[in-house]
Design a protein. Sequence first.
Length: 476
Amino acid sequence: FPRSEIVETFIDIPQKMDAGNVTIQTLAGKEIPFQLIDRKDVEPVLERLNDRPMYFRMKRYHGYFSAENVSPTGYSTLKIVPSKSSKKSENTIGRIENGLTILENETLRINIQSNGTFDVFDKTTGKQFSKLGYFSDEGEAGHAWTHFSVDPVNDTKNLKPVIQLTENGELVSVVHIRHELKISVKLQHGKRSEDLYRLPFDFRIELHRGSYFVELDVELENRSEDHRLRLMFPTDIDAEYSWGEGQFDVVKRPTKRTDTSNWIEQPMVDYPMYHFVDVSDGQTGAAVIVDGLKEYEVLDDARTTLAITLFRAFSYVIQPSSVQDYSYQKGSQCLGKQTFRLAFMPHVGDWQTGNVYRSALAFNNKLKSIQIGRATGNLNPELSFLRITPESLIFSALKSPETASAKSLVLRLYNPTDLEIQGEVQTYFKLTEVRQMTLEEIDLGAIPLTDPNSFQITVPAKKILTFRLTTANKHE
């Protein structure tokens, strides 16, 4: 899908050409917004196989620019112009009002509270989310397969962290929150030790111009054992189900707990996810988008709180038949520096009407800027190599076939919705044949071409489809 978002960039200008600043322009000469973070002298090295390395004296500019309608699975081209000054807007995203920090763009207003939580007002739906982003830490007496909670549970709701607006511009603003949470050093005889450790961590809240979600980063140094740390998002949404993205699917799970008081083995209430989890009442919804985190829980409380596991540190003891104690191996205790990246996204409707999947893919696959010199190739300045419509069809892979062929590629996509989808695949490269395959790449028959660069597809609900594309020319 086309991408319009804020892109972080590093631009190197030869010192002889440097004029003190840079502007970024379209090829037609229209200047686009650029927010400078810093600039410094650097000497990047060019390694050469047949000669000694060369270095260049450069001025490196670090900043953000606004990219508009970048082609799907493709690129757009901009030009960099050294300049004496660049336009600086006074319309910054961040501000301080009555001692509290506020971040605001076209769709969201974020109020940072004195305890480090934040409120989100969604201008599209008019819904307010309050006291989001507090941390909860509990003892962990479980093992690799099962979580067993040990009281007491400590949280950051009553802390007074250090809060600073560290970056503030028209494209990006960032708030840093510095917490220190007292937690037990480890478990002793199944109970949390009275020996306490101050767990310091940095919580970064970032809002971009035009973004529908607020980005969150956590960095900490874990020195305690046997505990689970989670980030909590009270949604106040009367949701019957949660929706967690999984492999080739978005899985629907009830939020209401079953009475299991007479069960011998209690069920798990922590569920897996891949890129996001979502709750909705049909009118409004809230999603937490993650980058690498895999576990969530919808708490059985009055606020329908989404709990996202940052890490679960446990002793490595397993007992399938007899106890095997590997607790001297500390890998499962998640000690050392940890970093986590996620986002909170309010939206209209459910995960489909709210475009949650699209946002989750964009969050996990950021646009990248690449600086090049003048080019002499035959590709257009803007180009899409592959386009799949509608956006509800999800791209999975484009790869070489298992049976090698210089003129074939394998395309895989899937439909995570409950409805059949009529779609189209468009390619930059010319096609001579398309054949549907199984996941094992066993042939199922030919698919007719609409023209040399496209073909129509019908994708049933919850279905994965694989195609072998034969191209007119060799691919590399």
